[in-house]
Design a protein around this ligand. Structure first.
Ligand SMILES: C[S@@+](CC[C@H](N)C(=O)[O-])C[C@H]1O[C@@H](n2cnc3c(N)ncnc32)[C@H](O)[C@@H]1O
Length: 266
């Protein structure tokens, strides 16, 4: 049975055999998307789904986040669980979000459950540079969700630094999730790297709406992980405080524990 998950490979690569390329009409005008103005996704005041009004009207339900944060503090919850609980407070049904590192698909699935509504609104753009990761993600979705939910996921074999090549211009993105490092169960030599991670963060900061979040789980136990964290922290600290809040959660006496970073666009 052909999978109905929307999938495309990077611009020059052929589509993966195991998944079906459905359509990407917006790619016809890719040249116009390549060099976005930093202002091109500025929320339109006439568009009800964006703007500060949307952000401030958001009730931010926090019960799950509180429970997860207490779990993290008391050593009972993992960093990814805290991230997922924070997403619950930020994401609304019908939102568009990005999984910048699909890996085995756990985050893609969690995001899909948060954005999808019964009328088919909601969209998850997922990307990874490894074919095996996208296959894993696709398989997880196959067994976890129904066909109407799968249609809300678009998977791309793509470096996350190129996310603006596949997310259509004027899309209002609520959340971009990064779960960095290597693919669990995969090749540990294929890891996220600071230069492309930083480009992806810059792209994310351009496409995120007010009231949106960039969420990072940063693994520091592998070679290069600590340097990547330093680079991300430097990016996070440089964001203007009028429009961004940059936070970090770290277990200080367990230096190999993943570090959580949240960049909230006010
Ligand atoms: C820790 S895993 C992600 C775990 C995943 N989110 C999950 O829920 O299972 C990190 C993933 O990032 C991917 N990756 C590495 N560099 C990348 C890049 N430049 N762009 C997109 N993905 C990348 C790796 O292939 C790997 O699958």
């Amino acid at each position: 049975m052909a999978a109905s998950i929307f999938l495309s490979s990077s611009l020059l690569k052929p589509p993966m055999e195991t998944l079906t390329l459905i359509s990407l009409p917006f790619r016809r005008n890719l040249s116009s998307l390549r060099r976005p103005s930093p202002l091109r996704r500025t929320p339109n005041p006439n568009f009800p789904y964006s703007s500060r009004i949307q952000a401030s009207a958001h009730p931010f339900p926090v019960a799950a986040s509180e429970e997860a944060l207490m779990g993290f503090i008391t050593g009972k919850r993992r960093a990814t669980e805290v991230a997922h609980s924070v997403w619950k407070s930020i994401i609304q049904k019908g939102d568009t979000v990005i999984d910048a590192t699909c890996g085995n698909g756990h985050d893609t699935l969690a995001l899909l459950k948060l954005v999808g509504d019964e009328s088919g609104r909601g969209c998850v753009y997922g990307m990874d540079i490894q074919k095996s990761a996208l296959e894993s993600t696709s398989s997880l979705l196959e067994i976890s969700v129904d066909s109407s939910e799968k249609k809300m996921v678009k998977l791309f074999s793509l470096c996350h630094s190129k996310m603006e090549d596949v997310v259509p211009r004027d899309t209002l993105v609520r959340l971009v999730a990064f779960n960095l490092g290597y693919l669990p169960g995969g090749d540990k030599a294929v890891i996220t790297r600071s230069p492309t991670t930083l480009l992806a963060l810059e792209a994310s900061s351009r496409i995120l709406i007010a009231g949106g979040l960039i969420s990072l789980v940063v693994y520091v136990g592998h070679p290069g992980g600590r340097d990547e964290l330093v680079a991300i922290q430097s990016f996070a600290a440089s964001l203007p405080m009028e429009s961004w809040i940059s936070c970090k959660f770290e277990v200080l006496n367990r230096p190999a524990c993943p570090v959580l970073i949240f960049l909230y666009r006010r």
